[in-house]
Design a protein around this ligand. Sequence first.
Ligand code: SF4
Ligand code: SF4
Length: 385
Amino acid sequence: MKSPFHVMIIPTLGCPSKCHYCWSSDERSPVMSIKTVREIAEWLKDYQSNQVTITFHGGEPLLAGADFYRQALPTLSEGLAHLEPTFALQSNLWLLTPEMARIFAEYNIPIGSSIDGPEEINDTQRGKGYYQKTMRGYEIAKANGLEVRFICTFTCRSVEGKEEIFNFFLENGFPLKLHPALPSLRSEDPKEWALEPEAYGELLVYLLDKYLENLSKIEVMNINDLCRCIFTRHGTVCTFVDCMGTTLAFGPDGSIYPCYRFVGMPEYAMGNVYDRPTAEDLAQSDAWKLMHAFKEFVDRECAGCPHIKYCRGGCPYNAITPTDGEIQGVDPHCIAYKRIFDEITNRLNEEMFGSGDTEMEEFGSPLQRTAKPGIMAILRAMATK
Ligand code: SF4
Ligand code: SF4
């Protein structure tokens, strides 16, 4: 079976918001032209044969405007019809208009947006007025039948309010997907907002427990993914697979990068669609070689780790950009991954083979059955969704 291919199009790195912990937007960034979208479609058509998912990401992709999407979406969906493209959008929704929402609805585009919890916590770290502007866009999206899910970035400050944040998602009926704030590559104080790996690991364990207490009322996407990884012994999100070769990103000028996170860092560009590089040409680039060198490094460095099969050293971007492209270690979040992978594995083993007090009605002796849900309950809940 062919694996799906993920393409990210970054129409601009510009963004109208100024989230305190964000260091990836760039006010001087150009906006992608439709000519570049046509070049991308032409180039991808021969480069790929797998089913493709195309996500518009940023910066803020809605800055490109309604006209951009009115032309880009048919160009990509007709030009790449043999790859059965599906689309997605990652946006703060501030600039969403009913006109744009109707265009996205025509292509069934699910939207990932960002809210870091209740208004006060959110606006403290994303800037005053952010919450209201995103919620206005959310209402427009909903009114036009679009599906919206929120990513919640936890910083070293907001993690103090983790209960309030969890309850906010629970009470609003939003699934929770979290993202740890990363150290800034630009700031004088890179760790000002970053969530330290140890704190990230503890947060994941906390959310596992909160999820189990509220299993019928909320989905915590990261916990689902982590349980699925362990159960299938295979990574199910990009962080936990060898992502190189399964994803590509295009910057506003048509530059090709291994992933959207590298866009705007020319040293990681592998080529440009206007030059029509072949797969062999991309493989000659420094960025490609670096990503493959990371994979080999992980094979050596993580060889003794019981989680290597479904962790794969984490995200290469997290590992190599803080050291200016030198591979000096695996993803610094390793500590968090180990913490939560160990926790889930131990609980699962206890449920399956131990004499624990978690429910086992489908998988073990009725003698082991109690009312407390465990990891198997999460797996069952996922299977029914
Ligand atoms: S570099 Fe990191 S974020 Fe990008 S695709 Fe790979 S794992 Fe995902
Ligand atoms: S948990 Fe850490 S040591 Fe284990 S595979 Fe992941 S990055 Fe490597």
